[in-house]
Design a protein around this ligand. Structure first.
Ligand code: FAD
Ligand code: DHB
Length: 392
């Protein structure tokens, strides 16, 4: 099998890249190791920056998003039993965010891809990228019980945090920066209308809690839990009691409870791999960087990478210039480090530190009080949350 851009991974990054390349007339093939049902069912992100929505529109993949996406004008911060609203349009000159689940983005992109190409192979697991520094890199993969090869001009590693593309970078040619956080998130989906109009980020001595949503009928929640937590320790009743305790305020507010339909535990990690290109192999999305989910940057970063990468391939294809591809890694990494900083700061400000003392707690409260008291500090949070410019 031969193509121009071999794309490893059919998550949001790989599928969106395929759409954008297809629209620019560039041939590509997507290899996805999982089944279609698995890829479409994986519960993850839900908050989209304006730039992410714009990119999905530019790819012709926003018909359902434009109808079902819920535009939010801010978030609520809760701490010390108080509620504080941050008004994003007022703080950012009109910017908003949109709630639309990653599962739905993936379904929309898969449906388009299967309707008019380019090829997307499920249960096609990439095993290795060979000769990334040559003019003809090769992806070895397993499909329908056979080992096969995909001969490419370029390879895009969009295979997430456990993929194989990154392994093709020689150890001496790059560096990985990582930081682990001493807690995890228990995420649950519940068949109950949200108890809020906007997302709630709550800092509580018992730990962080987030109230998000998937639709007017479906709520999504996250709870800080100790690293290594087992789902078996969390009955439905315990989850609801813990959420109610962490969201409790002095004002009149109650948490609606309902049947829990999905639950999972996610560890929290920051990781950046530098550089994001080696020869004819480029990385995009979680394959190159991971952020802790506080602040909702992972999917949005994956989409920003892909917008820059599609632009770079299009310039090469249309004008023969590799200028943008040569600058791809540096340009992405500048924004990646800003999102890494923001996610780190949000995580540290809102989570109870297991080894934290009374001084740490006071520092967190002082940060939160600064944001709710100073328009300047609130505007800085809002600018990062709604999304920094694609290129600084
Ligand atoms: P992935 O979605 O991981 O896709 C990679 C794909 O590659 C997968 O389909 C995988 O099966 C496939 N693959 C892997 N190895 C191979 C192989 N060898 N061969 C072929 N295919 C392979 N981000 C936000 O922006 N907003 C949020 O609100 C948010 N909330 C989150 C909440 C949680 C609980 C979690 C866990 C994450 C959240 N994120 C959020 C992060 C976001 O989900 C990820 O950053 C996003 O999925 C990255 O997309 P990707 O395409 O780079 O990687
Ligand atoms: C969601 C997840 C996040 O990490 C976040 O900060 C906001 C929303 C979500 O899954 O809806």
């Amino acid at each position: 099998m031969r193509t121009t851009v071999g794309i490893i991974g059919g998550g949001p990054a790989g599928l969106l890249l395929a759409r954008l390349l297809h629209r620019a007339g560039i041939a590509c093939v997507v290899l996805e190791s999982r089944t279609r049902a698995y890829a479409e069912g994986r519960q993850r992100a839900g908050m989209l920056e304006q730039g992410t929505v714009d990119a999905l529109r530019a790819a012709g993949a926003a018909d359902r998003l434009d109808v079902e996406g819920m535009v939010h004008h801010g978030i609520e911060l809760r701490f010390d039993r108080e509620r504080h609203h941050l008004d994003f349009p007022a703080l950012t000159g009109g910017r908003t965010v949109t709630i639309y689940a990653q599962t739905e983005i993936v379904k929309d992109l898969i449906a388009l891809q299967l309707a008019d190409g380019p090829p997307l192979l499920f249960e096609a697991e990439a095993l290795a990228v060979e000769q990334p520094q040559s003019e003809a890199p090769v992806v070895r993969f397993r499909h329908e019980g056979r080992q096969r090869t995909l001969r490419c001009v370029w390879v895009a590693g969009c295979d997430g945090s456990h993929g194989v593309a990154r392994n093709a970078f020689p150890a001496a040619s790059g560096r990985t920066y990582a930081h682990d956080y001493p807690y995890s998130w228990l995420g649950v989906t519940a068949e109950v209308p949200p108890s809020c109009d906007e997302l709630i980020y709550a800092r509580h001595a018992r730990g962080f809690a987030l109230h998000s949503m998937r639709s007017p009928q479906v709520s999504r929640f996250y709870l800080q839990v100790p690293r290594g937590t087992s789902l078996r320790d969390w009955s439905d009743e315990r989850i609801w009691d813990e959420l109610a305790a962490r969201f409790a305020v002095d004002a009149d507010w109650t948490l609606r409870r309902g049947p829990i339909t999905a639950r999972s535990v996610t560890e929290m990690r920051s990781l950046v791999h530098e550089p994001m290109r080696h020869g004819r192999l480029v990385l995009a999305g979680d394959a190159a960087h991971i952020v802790p989910p506080t602040g909702a940057k992972g999917l949005n970063l994956a989409v920003s990478d892909v917008r820059l990468l599609a632009r770079a391939f299009t310039e090469l294809h249309a004008h023969g210039s590799a200028r943008l591809l040569d600058g791809y890694s540096d340009l992405c990494l500048r924004r990646v480090w800003q999102a890494t900083r923001f996610s780190y700061d949000m995580t540290r400000m809102l989570h109870a530190q297991p080894d934290g003392d009374a001084f740490d707690y006071r520092m967190q409260l002082a940060r939160l009080r600064r944001i709710t008291a100073s328009r300047h500090a609130a505007a800085e949070l809002a600018a990062n949350y709604t999304g920094l410019p694609l290129s600084p």
